[in-house]
Unconditional design. Structure first.
Length: 544
């Protein structure tokens, strides 16, 4: 069973239809604004938080990433004029890993994939240029894999090959590094980059590789120039490493004794980096013939007789000159007596020469580089902390015995050598307590949680204020105006009906009710004189 609408609602709707067009448009705009604000607030509350996925992407990488995001059904949007690509915060890491598996973003650098798009009829010069561009891109990509390097550019200057040796030129390379803020490269890493680039290009020397950072600082300064100026970075680094090693040894052995916060140690190492080589050759006195080693021995025998017979060895051997004879160390000639055989007189002479080895010693000595010439150690130990039965802490200096024990430990740890001038200084002083820097606590209105809560509340209050203004400032006054208009119209209709009834009663009275008519007119005049006045005025004006 349908419920009939109330007369007031019908009258309000009828009055709403009787409103001028300007008022109707205002009410429609207000209602649409309220609906839009409510929908926008709901979408604002339910929309995910977007974070930066990648920024400063090239057009090619941006298109490839957007295509992948569409395939993965991941919502995205742009920010900062299209310079940053945003995705929901809970999917940033997942999307980055998936894109990395696809090799995205590739960056604005091109590598050897440039050679895959070679067209038919490409000249040799164009092929060489593409190969050089691809090689530069591959080198830059590899250098960018270092954790300190944000981006890199590599420029290669490869001369044309020549058949003439004098006209051949060596290639060179330039590397520009854009480091992350707060990151630096040590000399070893710079040298590694230089060697990497030189090893990737044929006939490229490490000296021809120039490395510069984004601030214009030359990183690949040749070590030879530093050595020529008297500075060797490797020697300074070795000295620092040696000193740190001794400091760590001293702290490790004294920390269990005095505590980590009650000890400070410093070591100064004087190292010798001079390169010394010695070569010596010595000879011992002559040894006895019985104990010396024989080097060579020569024996000759000569005989003669009265018949003067021919003797000697027939052939060409006897016609050759004798071999040179070295100076004997010990010669023992053996004279012989002439003997006669078969009545003939003959003389026999024997000569013997023996050479002995000379006892010689050759010694080549090369001293090690970086040997320790002197060590100076300084150790500062805090006073000993003593806590009484009441829990009160006091500090007292160490005794001479305790200082002697610490000194002995330090000497044994450093390898104390008095002959080279090592020194050890142990000082027992009271440490100044560190001044605790008072970090002012953030006021409650600056706490992150409070700020987040206040932002949410302010956002909701702003939405509520706008909606309330539209409701109570525009729509409700308009509805109240409609109600007032409806009430005025109803009052006018009622007054008109009453006036018409009075007019009919006065003009056409009942025949048997003259007294009652006059009394009714008097009562009506007392209660509503305005109505009676209007009726009489109508009579006077002739509008009966």
């Amino acid at each position: 069973m349908a419920v009939a609408p109330s007369p007031s609602l019908l009258s309000q709707l009828r009055l709403l239809g009787d409103l001028p067009m300007q008022r109707k448009i205002g009410l429609m705009v207000a209602a649409a604004a309220i609906i839009a604000i409510l929908v926008g607030a709901w979408l604002w509350e339910t929309s995910p938080d977007y974070r930066v996925l990648y920024s400063n992407l090239s057009d090619k990488d941006g298109g490839a990433i957007i295509a992948s995001l569409q395939q993965m059904n991941v919502p995205y949007k742009f920010a900062e004029g299209g310079a940053a690509l945003l995705v929901p915060a809970d999917k940033v890491n997942e999307v980055r890993l998936k894109l990395a598996s696809q090799g995205l973003p590739k960056g604005s650098l091109v590598g050897f994939e440039l050679m895959e798009n070679e067209k038919f009829g490409t000249s040799q010069f164009q092929e060489q240029i593409n190969y050089q561009r691809g090689l530069e891109g591959e080198l830059a990509r590899t250098i960018q894999s270092l954790s300190q390097v944000q981006s890199a550019r590599v420029h290669l200057a490869i001369p044309k090959p020549s058949v003439f040796v004098r006209e051949r030129e060596s290639p060179s390379a330039s590397v520009l590094l854009d480091l992350y803020p707060g990151k630096i490269l040590d000399p070893g890493q710079v040298a590694a980059i230089a060697h990497f680039v030189s090893s990737s290009v044929a006939d490229l020397s490490v000296k021809n590789v120039t490395i510069v950072d984004q601030n214009g600082n030359l990183l690949s300064q040749p070590v030879d120039s530093l050595i020529a100026s008297g500075l060797d970075p490797t020697q300074m680094k070795y000295i620092q490493a040696t000193e740190r090693s001794y400091i760590k040894r001293i702290e490790d052995i004294l920390t269990p004794v005095v505590g980590a916060t009650n000890l400070r140690a410093q070591v100064t190492a004087d190292l010798d980096f001079s390169q010394v080589e010695n070569t010596s050759e010595s000879y011992k006195p002559n040894q006895a013939p019985g104990t010396a080693a024989v080097r060579s021995e020569q024996t000759s025998e000569t005989s003669s007789n009265s018949e003067q017979k021919a003797n000697g060895v027939p052939g060409s051997l006897s016609n050759q000159p004798p071999a040179p004879v070295s100076a004997p160390v010990a010669a023992a000639p053996t004279p012989t007596k002439p003997t006669s055989t078969s009545g003939n007189s003959s003389n026999v002479q024997k000569d013997s020469t023996t050479n002995y080895e000379v006892d010689k010693t050759i010694q080549h000595t090369r001293r090690p580089v970086g040997s320790i010439r002197r060590l100076s150690v300084a150790v500062v130990v805090n006073y000993k902390k003593i806590v009484d039965a009441k829990g009160k802490a006091t500090y007292k200096p160490l005794s001479a015995k305790e200082i002697g024990q610490i000194t002995a430990l330090v000497k044994e740890t450093m390898g104390f050598d008095a002959t080279r001038g090592d020194t050890v200084n142990i000082s027992n002083v009271a440490f100044t307590p560190p001044e605790s820097e008072a970090v002012p606590a953030l006021p409650w209105w600056k706490q992150p949680e409070i700020i987040s809560l206040a932002t949410t509340i302010a956002k909701n209050l702003a939405i509520a204020a706008v909606v309330g203004y539209l409701i109570f400032g525009i729509i409700r006054p308009a509805m109240n105006g409609l109600k007032n208009q409806a009430a005025e119209a109803a009052a006018k209709e009622q007054a008109a009906a009453e006036a018409e009834a009075v007019h009919d009663h006065l003009v056409h009275p009942h025949p048997n009710s003259e007294g009652s008519t006059v009394e009714a007119a008097r009562e009506l005049a007392r209660q509503n004189p305005q109505l009676v006045a209007n009726v009489i005025k109508g009579w006077v004006s002739g509008n009966e």
